[in-house]
Design a protein around this ligand. Structure first.
Ligand code: ADP
Length: 391
């Protein structure tokens, strides 16, 4: 509360309502007397000026609230004097706050009605601040309102986000079941060798391959919801990484028969990993290497132990590469470079999930790339014998 402001605002409100100059002065003096008494004890007092309606009568009301520990008696000159000035004065001590109400009835002749009141409110709200104190208060209020709006927007968008994540999770589960059944029937049909022609066999292989793609996409969607809910879980075991890379490369060679996949391995690389999740990382990196390169190009996988305490794995392709700007964003959720959106299928989830898996294994992933020349994805995993990987 500010004394000058309390006085001037009371005068201004009383004036706008149309009270006589004498009443304006009396009202403002009473308010100032109480304001001064309160300010002497605390800077946390609050003054509210309001109009109160009782059936068809209106009153001008000043409410001052302040700390309940502050006690006034009629020995306080301001407190005593204000009571003499105001027709209706009340003082209560409720909810750990003192509350003084000063009320002036407004004559019917002033013909106050809701329309007129709205006009007065508008004029008052458009007035410039009376002093620096009020200006700061107004700015504070604006900032507070803005902060509250932003908080509410954030809360709403979190709710929408949670709903979206829940929807993706439920939808993915629902889609996964029939696709798994289609896959099982395809396998059965493929097994009936004598009863279907070679052509049907080839078609079944295609159905099988597409079903696998769909299942992998659904798995990525489910993984994203798990990452968002913080429950992507790992079953880790000790694995020799060169052997793991050989195994993976054999599988991947069947999936991408046109690309030449070469490996350059090193000494022993004992790591502590979740095999299934690491297979996911590999098939994403190698799948991308094949997808974003020419059919017959070479893909090179290098394993090395030269990075202290870490196994380093690099996957190099001779594909389309990417700009410096893209290399900074490819690990973001749903990011796809604009150049590939129309030319290559995908949802921009693979690298987001892969990077999460690597980071959760205590590692790091990054990319070096040159446009039209190719890309190298590197990742590090802690070596088991350093004692840093077991968790
Ligand atoms: P998707 O391949 O489904 O779009 P990813 O998360 O695996 O999703 O990759 C994200 C983006 O990173 C791709 O859309 C592409 O723009 C870029 N990218 C990934 N791997 C390569 C690569 N080997 N060569 C060029 N661009 C790549």
């Amino acid at each position: 509360m500010d004394l000058v402001l309390a006085h001037k605002r009371s005068m201004r409100v009383a004036e706008r309502i149309g009270l006589t100059t004498a009443t304006q002065t009396t009202f403002a003096t009473a308010v100032s007397e109480i304001a001064r008494s309160v300010i002497e004890h605390t800077d946390k007092g609050i003054l509210i000026l309001a109009l109160q309606q009782n059936q068809t009568r209106y009153s001008l009301l000043a409410v001052v609230t302040y700390d309940s520990e502050i006690k006034f008696s009629n020995d306080d000159a301001g407190y005593f004097y204000a009571q003499k000035l105001v027709p209706e004065f009340s003082h209560s001590d409720r909810d750990s706050h003192n509350r003084i109400e000063m009320k002036f009835g407004i004559p019917r002749s002033l013909k106050l009605d809701p329309g007129k009141i709205a006009g007065i409110k508008r004029v008052l709200s458009e007035e410039d601040p009376i002093n620096a104190y009020e200006e700061i208060k107004q700015r504070n209020q604006t900032l507070k309102t803005l902060a509250e709006q932003k908080e509410e927007e954030l809360r709403q968008s979190k709710i929408i986000d949670e709903k979206k994540t829940e929807f993706i999770s439920v939808a993915s589960h629902e889609i996964k079941t029939p696709i798994t059944i289609i896959k099982a029937y395809t396998q059965i049909a493929k097994g009936l060798k004598n009863q279907c022609s070679e052509q049907v066999g080839r078609l079944l292989d295609k159905v099988d391959a597409q079903t696998n793609k769909l299942l992998s996409l659904i798995q990525q969607l489910l993984d994203i919801t798990k990452i968002e809910n913080g429950n992507l879980q790992y079953v880790k075991e000790e694995v020799e990484f060169n052997a793991f890379v050989m195994e993976m490369t054999d599988i991947i060679r069947h999936i991408y028969p046109h690309n030449t996949i070469k490996t350059r391995l090193c000494g022993q690389l004992p790591v502590y990993i979740d095999r299934i999740r690491m297979e996911q990382v590999f098939s994403n990196l190698l799948g991308n290497a094949a997808k974003y390169s020419d059919k017959n190009s070479e893909i090179l996988i290098i394993c090395s132990d030269e990075n202290e305490g870490m196994a380093q794995i690099s996957v190099t392709d001779q594909g389309i590469g990417m700009s410096a700007d893209a290399t900074e964003r490819i690990f973001d959720k749903f990011y796809r470079h604009t150049d590939v959106v129309k030319t290559h299928s995908g949802l921009g989830m693979g690298l987001f999930v892969a990077s999460k898996i690597i980071v959760d294994h205590g590692g790091k992933i990054w990319v070096d790339s040159v446009e039209d020349r190719g890309s190298t994805f590197h990742f590090l995993l802690p070596l088991r014998n350093t004692g840093t990987s077991a968790n």
